[in-house]
Design a protein around this ligand. Structure first.
Ligand code: PLP
Length: 175
């Protein structure tokens, strides 16, 4: 007897005619890499998230690589993150030559456990990199305090949490 296949989507992209037409317009304009649409997207995205700047890149992996390398994180440095994520999180740390230090997740939220992060800090730690998974934001009060106390950069992997908020602040605006 064959088991019936049930598809449970973890996300439903909200894409319709308007988005398809806007994409077609950009393609037909010939401005495929930059142009007024990209500038408008960056401005409006920054406004939505509540930050000064947003820089559009081709995908989340590139965004994480650019942030980590832009912060000057390099070989010999450690970045605290979680294993319960997409591979790009750790790969972007490795790409900079640094070492990902994996810590446990909270059993209820499945997001970075601040106590576990605190216990993993060493003199080599340069940044915390919590992952906001499935639209849930990690405990940014506790993690933010930890980063401030130890003078660490805060890199949010918000690839799965665009538009999510915690205490009225958008994912991506805590870092
Ligand atoms: C948590 C997380 N981080 C990073 C990425 C990488 O994003 P992209 O696939 O756009 O490179 C993804 C993509 O699924 C993700 O889910």
């Amino acid at each position: 007897m064959s088991t019936p296949q049930i598809r449970i989507p973890i996300t439903r992209p909200a894409v319709g005619r308007e988005e398809a037409d806007a994409a077609a317009e950009a393609i037909m304009s010939g401005a495929l890499a930059q142009g007024p649409r990209v500038a408008e997207f960056e401005r409006r995205f920054a406004e939505m998230v509540g930050v000064k700047h947003a820089i559009a890149v081709a995908n989340g992996t590139l965004a994480e690589e650019a942030i980590i390398q832009g912060l000057g994180i390099k070989a010999g440095d450690e970045v605290i993150t979680v294993g319960h994520t997409f591979s790009a999180t750790a790969a972007s740390i490795l790409r900079a030559g640094a070492t990902p230090r994996f810590v446990d997740i909270d059993p209820v939220t499945w997001l970075m456990d601040p106590a576990a992060a605190a216990a993993a800090i060493t003199p080599k730690t340069k940044a915390l990199m919590p992952v906001h998974l499935f639209g849930l934001i990690a405990d940014m009060n506790a993690l933010g305090a930890l980063a401030t106390k130890h003078n660490l950069d805060m890199i949010e992997d918000a690839c799965q949490a665009v538009g999510a908020t915690q205490n009225g602040k958008q994912a991506g605006s805590f870092g």
